[in-house]
Design a protein around this ligand. Structure first.
Ligand SMILES: Cc1cc2nc3c(=O)[nH]c(=O)nc-3n(C[C@H](O)[C@H](O)[C@H](O)COP(=O)(O)OP(=O)(O)OC[C@H]3O[C@@H](n4cnc5c(N)ncnc54)[C@H](O)[C@@H]3O)c2cc1C
Length: 65
């Protein structure tokens, strides 16, 4: 990537970075998400999730409760 412009640069594609990137995109805010690893983590981690996190996921339209 030589020249690029963005409104927000997010470093790290963990849950925080991925949610933030989706949230910004849903508000039409340009963002670039970079991750040092070649993929997201392989092991499942969503054993439990709290109500606040569910509300954020729902606000992105990713679940319909
Ligand atoms: C085995 C396990 C099970 C879990 N189960 C649950 C669960 O059931 N429910 C729950 O709510 N939480 C669970 N967690 C905790 C949850 O995974 C963390 O709270 C969550 O991953 C934190 O998200 P984050 O995006 O803040 O950080 P991280 O997930 O740590 O993501 C940070 C990302 O930034 C990247 N990064 C770091 N430095 C750089 C750099 N300099 N340049 C580019 N990229 C960089 C890293 O590679 C990483 O991908 C679990 C954790 C583990 C280990």
């Amino acid at each position: 990537m030589k020249n690029c412009s963005t409104d927000v640069l997010i470093v790290g594609a963990g849950p925080t970075g991925l949610f933030l990137s989706n949230l910004l995109a849903s508000h039409h805010i340009k963002n670039i998400l970079i991750e040092k690893n070649s993929s997201t983590v392989k092991e499942p981690r969503a054993v439990s999730i709290d109500d606040e996190s569910l509300r954020v996921i729902q606000s992105l339209g990713l679940i319909n409760l």
